[in-house]
Design a protein around this ligand. Structure first.
Ligand SMILES: N[C@@H](CCC(=O)N[C@@H](CS)C(=O)NCC(=O)O)C(=O)O
Length: 197
């Protein structure tokens, strides 16, 4: 299977971490592919009409997206336990952690892509408030985290993305449990073998 996307993408990383944790690391080959919302990649457009990555091309040519669908597919393929049946609370945690990634990416686009004279501080502040609110929810919900599931992978990749793009965010301040949790999760071979560069 071919996984399209850059190593810097937190969505791509989620899929790579899931593949590694499911024992599918050798079957999912990363095809490093750059994307930009202002310069649509024609090769990606041929795979995914939304012109976004990750996209996973199966050996029969079928292409799957987005990251959550790909994770579910890999989990089914491996007979894994990333999505325990009926665990809606876990899936809601996965969903809000995904929201952190979404908001962080919007801040990234606003600050790194949009010309400086067009940047909108209220937009940055609004997205930043979402990120901080989600971080608080993560700190509060850690007690419900029982093991390695889709929410844990999404928490780990969301925090990893903050570390990567916003090293001065200070997300550990006032969130000691989350900081300790990330230290443990980030040491997993699946995270160490998927650095964001
Ligand atoms: N919900 C999608 C989001 C994917 C996404 O936004 N990927 C970014 C890369 S980090 C992208 O392809 N951006 C290109 C664009 O917005 O045109 C997923 O989970 O896969």
């Amino acid at each position: 299977m071919k996984l399209y996307g850059p190593t810097s993408s937190p969505y791509v990383r989620k899929v790579r971490v899931a593949a590694a944790e499911l024992g599918l690391g050798d079957k999912v080959h990363l095809e490093v592919t750059g994307v930009s919302p202002i310069a649509p990649n024609k090769d990606v457009a041929a795979k995914n009409p939304g012109i976004k990555v990750p996209a996973l091309e199966l050996d029969n040519g079928q292409v799957l997206f987005d990251s959550r669908i790909i994770m579910r597919y890999l989990n089914d393929l491996a007979g894994g336990s990333l999505y325990p049946a009926g665990d809606w609370a876990m899936q809601s945690r996965e969903s809000y952690a995904e929201g952190l990634i979404d908001a962080a990416l919007l801040v990234r686009f606003e600050t790194a892509l949009r010309p400086a004279d067009k940047q909108w501080q209220e937009w940055i502040d609004g997205q930043s408030a979402k990120i901080n609110s989600i971080l608080d929810a993560m700190e509060k919900d850690l007690g419900a985290m029982t093991g390695l599931d889709a929410a844990a992978i999404t928490f780990g990749c969301a925090l990893g993305y903050l570390e990567f793009r916003f090293p001065d965010w200070g997300w550990r301040n006032g969130r000691p449990a989350l900081a300790a949790w990330f230290e443990g999760f980030n040491a997993r071979p699946s995270m160490q073998s998927t650095p964001q560069v």
